[in-house]
Design a protein around this ligand. Structure first.
Ligand SMILES: *[C@@H]1O[C@H](CO)[C@@H](O)[C@H](O)[C@H]1NC(C)=O
Ligand SMILES: *[C@@H]1O[C@H](CO)[C@@H](O)[C@H](O)[C@H]1NC(C)=O
Ligand SMILES: *[C@@H]1O[C@H](CO)[C@@H](O)[C@H](O)[C@H]1NC(C)=O
Length: 154
């Protein structure tokens, strides 16, 4: 019960933390940041993400460390986005705090209809992590341009 209350409180206050952490410094590029909480170890989360990215033809896997997975995504129109997944173990619940960021390479994609959101969301959805215990997703229009417009084809 106490743990559950904490998780809910954390989810509610996360927006504040994320905003304090800083949004994009480069505002001329379309940008998306999403935070997820999962009741799985970061090792398992990392493995699921790497496996999923390798299975998706439109992604090119970059460097992988226990706390950071980098990739590039090429969308249908040939535009390239850089994608990062950062994992931080949560002490209280033995789970994983996962942050995804996606940035478009070119200024003209500022209004990207949620492309950057979908780049991140499709990986998490495809990997099955959305069904992990305690799964919570947090983002909003300030952190993730076009999130309200997006209709991801996964
Ligand atoms: C991703 O794109 C950036 C910028 O074009 C490039 O520097 C980097 O090497 C690419 N990484 C991969 C894994 O292709
Ligand atoms: C991904 O992480 C690298 C290394 O910390 C950083 O230089 C880069 O800007 C990040 N890219 C995104 C899309 O957040
Ligand atoms: C966004 O959606 C609108 C309306 O569907 C479309 O005209 C436009 O080309 C799209 N932009 C991008 C970058 O996909």
């Amino acid at each position: 019960m106490a743990v559950r209350t904490l998780v809910v409180a954390c989810a509610l206050f996360l927006g504040m933390c994320v905003v304090i952490n800083g949004g994009p410094t480069e505002t001329t590029h379309a940008y998306c940041k999403i935070v997820w909480l999962l009741g799985l170890s970061c090792d398992r989360v990392n493995m699921a993400i790497v496996t999923q990215i390798k299975a998706m033809g439109s992604y090119k896997l970059g460097s992988v460390t226990p706390s950071l997975v980098q990739a590039n995504h090429t969308s249908a129109v040939g535009q390239i986005e850089s994608v990062n997944f950062t994992m931080i173990p949560t002490v209280m619940s033995m789970g994983c705090h996962l942050e995804g960021t996606s940035v478009s390479a070119f200024w003209f994609s500022l209004f990207d209809n949620g492309t950057n959101y979908c780049n991140l969301r499709n990986v998490i959805q495809g990997s099955g992590l959305t069904k992990a215990p305690g799964f919570v997703e947090f983002t909003n229009e300030w952190l993730c341009l076009g999130v309200g417009l997006s209709a991801c084809k996964s």
